[in-house]
Design a protein around this ligand. Structure first.
Ligand code: TTP
Ligand code: MG
Length: 360
């Protein structure tokens, strides 16, 4: 039976989320920036939507440089809002968790899913699951993603990158060779510019060429182990398992019935969310140390207030902290009405696995 792994990567993630909540930027090139605060335009581009990428703007570029490219082109620049992105990311990751036997979150917008058992190794079934995932994310969160399916993590990752945005690429076990054949070595996941340069000096330009390249000659340049690893990668070999990672935080966020500054109304919503959070805390078997309230105002600015307490798994303790944080909010943010609120626990400590009979 073929092993089947999916890799899900959200498209221009931060930029897509900003487009969602700033309807006036819809359709325009958009750049999300990490401002360093030193001078007006110091800092780097976090990400850009596909319209802005067409102009040549990309992640990691200095903001000032991006602004020069953007000149007179009606490009929108916005600062990052990590709290907002993390909250949506949490929800999407939970959705993904429900779609696989094992899920490994790799970053805020990326995860591997092992669906071997669920599909019983059938690729048509994998394609169907991938399509469902895309639809669910789009229906519930309004953003697109690209999904790759392959016989291992390496191929799945390259497959999701193959067609972006909004792509779905299935590379069956038997098609790995042709998928890699003409791929430029820089397109091989895990091969950086330095390695690529040495390989090019050896006359190796594609993964296909690398896969069959003389091992002793490769070993001379990179050492025996790396040489084998490189050839293995170029042949699409990867045995690494999909491993669940411990999550950093658990949160719930919801929209208030109407925009309000009324503490009681807001707290009622938090209590409702906490009920759901409680179930998740139990299921994950964690203690938490930090409690936060997340408040999104009518200008869509996200406020986060946190407090750290003694380790506990008691939701009532979390609510007590949330109440206190909430009561301080109006004084610190006068005349601010809230649209959405949330509660988060973080600084998680996992309870020990049940290892002895006595525990049961
Ligand atoms: P990526 O998945 O690499 O990029 P992306 O989602 O913006 O675009 P793509 O459609 O190509 O997947 O990274 C996810 C988020 O991480 C991205 O939206 C912003 C952030 N990020 C940075 O802050 N700096 C960086 O250099 C990169 C690469 C990403
Ligand atoms: Mg992405």
């Amino acid at each position: 039976m073929d092993r089947i792994i999916l890799h899900v990567d959200l498209d221009s993630f931060y930029a897509s989320l900003e487009e969602l909540r700033n309807k006036d930027v819809m359709g325009k090139p958009l750049v999300v920036c990490v401002y360093s605060g030193r001078s007006e335009d110091s800092g780097v581009v976090s990400t850009a939507n596909y319209k802005a990428r067409k102009l040549g703007i990309k992640s990691g570029m200095p903001i000032a440089f991006a602004k020069r490219i953007a000149k007179e082109k009606n490009v929108v620049f916005l600062p990052v809002d990590m709290e907002y992105y993390r909250t949506v990311s949490d929800r999407i990751m939970e959705l993904l968790e429900g779609e696989a036997e094992v899920m490994e979150q790799v970053s805020v917008d990326e995860a591997y899913l092992d669906v071997t058992e669920k599909t019983r190794g059938r690729w048509v079934k994998a394609e169907e699951i991938a399509g469902n995932i895309k639809k669910k994310i789009s229906d519930r969160e309004g953003v697109t993603c690209s999904v790759g399916a392959g016989p291992n993590k390496l191929i799945a990752k390259m497959a999701s990158k193959h067609r972006k945005p909004d792509g779905l690429t299935v590379v069956k076990e038997k098609d790995v060779k042709s998928f890699l054949e003409n791929m430029p070595i820089l397109g091989l996941h895990g091969i950086g510019p330095k390695t690529a340069k040495v390989l090019e000096e050896l006359g190796v330009e594609t993964a296909g060429e690398l896969a069959s390249f003389d091992l002793p000659m490769l070993a001379e340049k990179f050492g025996e182990n790396t040489a084998r690893l490189l050839r293995g990668r170029a042949s699409g070999i990867d045995d690494s398992p999909v491993e669940p990672r411990e999550r950093q935080q658990i949160s719930r966020i919801g929209t208030l019935k109407e925009d309000t500054g009324d503490i009681e109304e807001i707290f009622n919503k938090i209590k409702e969310l906490a009920e759901d959070l409680k179930g998740k805390i139990g299921k994950e078997r964690v203690y938490f140390r930090t409690v936060s309230i997340i408040a999104v105002d009518t200008n869509l600015k996200t406020h986060l207030k946190s407090e750290t307490i003694a380790e506990t798994d008691d939701i009532e303790a979390a609510l007590k902290v949330a109440r206190k944080l909430l009561e301080g909010f109006p004084d610190e943010n006068p005349e601010t009405l809230l649209r959405r609120v949330g509660i988060r626990v973080s600084n998680l400590v996992y309870k020990k696995e049940q290892t002895t009979l006595k525990d049961f």
